[in-house]
Write a protein that binds this ligand. Structure first.
Ligand SMILES: Cc1cc2nc3c(=O)[nH]c(=O)nc-3n(C[C@H](O)[C@H](O)[C@H](O)COP(=O)(O)O)c2cc1C
Length: 187
């Protein structure tokens, strides 16, 4: 697998997050990829166009955008909130979406999505919401394979904080192989 830099964005802020545990597992299924967490986005102010006009972009927004811009690709690992994207993550995307086309970090950037939930569909609805949002800002999302970690606590060793289910690990490995090839094809 190619030596590519991947920014990881976890959509959950919770300490015991299953999505965080899925994100933590990525290096073991894709040893050739260099994963690095994007800076935190939870302290960004709520987006307000008046504030942006008066004060420009906050440092937290600039740092997040810089990390994404500096990566070969972005992996989102996120829960589904009310069938959609967690508001805190959407707020961060809304902020960077207002950057000029040359600066807007998702423009032309390869992205992959994984979701985990305790339910039987594993966050499938948020994947399509996030695809739609990324499409609007011209991110390029890996079409397949898709990874939905359903019934998450049965697939994760929550004491170790990593995925242990062999089938899920295999799905994740195949997705990251496809993602590396996708990034290379686009570059
Ligand atoms: C505000 C909120 C909304 C939620 N909505 C959904 C939902 O639409 N679909 C779903 O499968 N789970 C939903 N859940 C349950 C989450 O999947 C579950 O809390 C999961 O643990 C969140 O991911 P995390 O462990 O990474 O924090 C919701 C949870 C919260 C807190």
């Amino acid at each position: 697998m190619a030596d590519l830099n991947i920014a990881v964005i976890c959509g959950s802020l919770r300490k015991e997050s299953w999505n965080r545990m899925v994100a933590n597992t990525l290096p073991s299924v894709a040893p050739g990829l260099k994963f690095k967490d994007a800076p935190p986005f939870d302290k960004m102010p709520n987006y307000n166009q008046d504030d942006q006009k008066a004060n420009g972009f906050p440092d937290s927004v600039k740092a997040w955008a810089d990390a994404i811009r500096g990566a070969d690709g972005v992996v989102f690992v996120t829960p589904e909130y009310n069938f959609s994207v967690p508001g805190v993550l959407k707020n961060a995307i809304d902020w960077v979406s207002r950057m000029d086309a040359k600066e807007q970090p998702f423009f032309g950037r390869p992205c992959a999505i994984l979701t985990a939930s305790g339910g039987p569909v594993g966050g499938s609805r948020v994947q399509y919401e996030l695809r739609k949002i990324l499409q609007s800002i011209e991110g390029i999302v890996l079409p397949k394979p898709e990874v939905f970690v359903t019934l998450a606590p049965t697939k994760i060793d929550t004491t170790k904080g990593v995925v242990t289910d062999a089938t899920t690990l295999d799905f994740m490995k195949k997705q990251m192989e496809a993602f590396a090839a996708f990034i290379q094809r686009l570059s």
